[in-house]
Design a protein around this ligand. Structure first.
Ligand code: HEM
Length: 535
């Protein structure tokens, strides 16, 4: 083909018979211009995998095969702190860059004094929410939002996002957690009871923490669990969400596929599972809201608080409420379920950590006369430094989100790690990569070692500044207090109630990073440590 084109070009003398070659020459010129533009691209000096320079398929491939989180770590090890991961996309590993990209405002000395390493973490996070900056979310997020007017997670217009988030932020605030705590208690009690019926035979803890986290969202949002723990079954909700997350993970890198599918869907139907987020999941949320309205409730659950906001601000309409409820379900269950599982896994895998944690739990239980099966209060958990350190460490070693959180560089461009990056480039960091930074987290950053959060307070300050599991800046996870609340309660309660062992001490987790990182194979045996108290 190339030789034919060459000989055609050489033989071309302007005759009419050479007309077909004019087209080829045109194509060649366009190709050459594209090549020159590509070769002159200032991003070319940033190293990266060959295919990633030319097409988005490197990203789509690893996003769809579920290995993005590990691949990003490996790629940064190979190429350095800035990696070209797409024709217009750069991945950043340096924790110092989080401030530039995500605009989180971190007061210079938010060092939580040890041993007050406790719920103050929430205050620390409050301090991290800056007014944001002008790095808007990348087009990867557009497929999450679709054409919906309200989607806190997917919204790419920072001004709209700010106004929307302001309407609901109080409901997710630390001070509001006290109102939600009793509803979490009832879910933890059911969890303990269900697990007690399954002791001695290995159980899939990753599935059970997911059922639990889902039911908590039901309980705190509508005052009604979905009943997943009771039935031990998720009614197909998990696969609907998983397929949607899995699809969004790769389609986001080629958003035109999504928009083309959407436009053609009246004719060809929808062939992308991500659309379930804008269809089936919203319908699921709308049904749960309708049922809760009919049932009524005395509880000050999240829904009743949404209704109160609506009375004052009618622009927070029914569609917005449905979208927020769907976000709670979509963003709040798998993330927290996986975080609880990973913590329990790391603790079971590291006998020294497990001993320290269980000793702390037992000592506190004895001092406060907490019975087996009784749910630990948030206040009690806050006063347990080793538990808090385990939570930070588990979230560091196993961030629930496995993707880069892409942001678009504003027109003025930006300098990161001494490299100029032009406006319009997508830059992003992945918590899995950032948390491996040895300068920040220590030479043993690849190990689970909770003690690192209880040592040198200056180092702890740096680590907290580089902690990225909840994202950062104006887009910091709005549900982090809920996730933290659940972990704070369920972990000590379970470890006080059961002896938890890995049937296979050499177990390595099988993970899939389909937007959230999902665990497949965390099996444990549970042995009751005494008689359960009646809660
Ligand atoms: C341990 C548990 C959790 C983890 C690790 C986690 C992680 C994250 C991360 C990394 C982001 C930022 C995404 C981005 O910038 O693209 C985020 C955003 C978000 N999360 Fe969470 N999340 C957790 C629990 C929850 C819970 C329990 C809820 C709701 C009940 C929730 C709701 C949301 C929402 C609505 C957003 C979008 C916020 C915005 O853009 O303003 N998350 N989460």
């Amino acid at each position: 083909m190339a030789s034919k084109l060459l000989s055609a070009l050489l033989n071309y003398q302007g005759q009419d018979s050479a007309h077909p070659y004019t087209l080829l020459i045109g194509i060649g010129v366009i190709f050459a211009i594209a090549l020159i533009v590509r070769l002159r691209n200032p991003l070319n000096s940033i190293p990266g995998p060959f295919w990633a320079r030319w097409t988005p398929f490197w990203l789509t491939y690893y996003a769809s095969n579920g290995n993005m989180h590990r691949k990003m770590i490996e790629t940064h090890k190979r190429y350095g702190s800035l990696v070209r991961t797409g024709p217009n996309e750069i991945s950043v590993s340096n924790p110092q860059a989080l401030k530039v990209i995500y605009g989180q405002q971190i007061p210079p000395v938010v060092v939580i004094p040890v041993p007050t390493l406790n719920w103050d973490c929430a205050k620390f996070f409050e301090a991290r929410i800056g007014a944001g900056n002008n790095f808007r979310k990348s087009d990867w997020y557009s497929v999450w939002q679709g054409v919906r007017k309200w989607d806190l997670f997917g919204e790419r217009n920072e001004e709209i996002h700010r106004a929307q988030r302001k309407l609901v932020s109080q409901i997710y605030s630390l001070s509001n957690m006290k109102k939600l705590e009793p509803y979490v208690n009832s879910a933890v009690s059911v969890f303990v009871e269900k697990l007690a019926t399954q002791s001695h035979a290995p159980i899939h803890m990753n599935k059970w923490t997911q059922l639990f986290a889902f039911d908590v969202i039901g309980e705190i949002t509508f005052s009604k669990r979905f009943g997943f723990m009771e039935s031990g079954n998720d009614d197909g909700a998990f696969s609907m969400i998983e397929n949607s997350l899995r699809s969004a993970a790769w389609v986001g890198y080629v958003p035109w596929v999504y928009w083309t599918n959407l436009r053609l869907s009246p004719i060809i139907g929808s062939h992308l599972a991500v659309t379930a987020r804008q269809g089936r999941l919203l319908a699921f949320a709308a049904k749960a809201i309708a049922e809760r309205k009919e049932r009524g409730s005395e509880h000050e659950d999240i829904l009743s608080q949404f209704f109160s906001v609506q009375q004052e601000k009618p622009e927070f309409n029914d569609m917005s409420i449905t979208s927020m409820v769907a976000s709670n379900i979509f963003a709040g269950s798998d993330s927290t379920g996986a975080s609880i599982s990973s913590l329990l896994f790391y603790v079971c895998k590291n006998p020294d950590s497990k001993k320290q944690l269980v000793d702390e739990i037992d000592a506190v239980a004895k001092a406060q006369n907490i019975q087996r099966g009784e749910v630990f209060s948030l206040e009690t958990a806050n006063g347990m430094p080793y538990l808090q350190a385990c939570m930070w460490e588990a979230l560091r070693c196993f961030p629930a989100v496995g993707m880069n959180l892409g942001r678009v560089v504003p027109p003025s461009g930006v300098e990161i790690d001494g490299q100029y990056i032009p406006g319009g480039t997508v830059v992003g960091a992945n918590a899995w990569v950032v948390h491996q930074d040895k300068k920040t987290f220590g030479e043993d950053a690849d190990k689970f070692r909770p003690e690192r959060w209880m040592e040198d307070s200056e180092r702890v300050g740096d680590m907290k500044r580089g902690f990225f599991s909840f994202g950062g800046g104006s887009r910091l996870c709005i549900g982090r207090n809920i996730g933290w609340l659940e972990m704070s309660k369920v972990v000590p309660t379970l470890l006080h109630t059961f002896d938890m062992e890995l049937p296979d001490p050499d177990l390595e987790l099988i993970e899939h990073a389909w937007s959230f990182v999902k665990i497949e194979n965390f099996r444990v045996t549970l042995k009751p440590r005494g008689k359960l108290a009646a809660n």
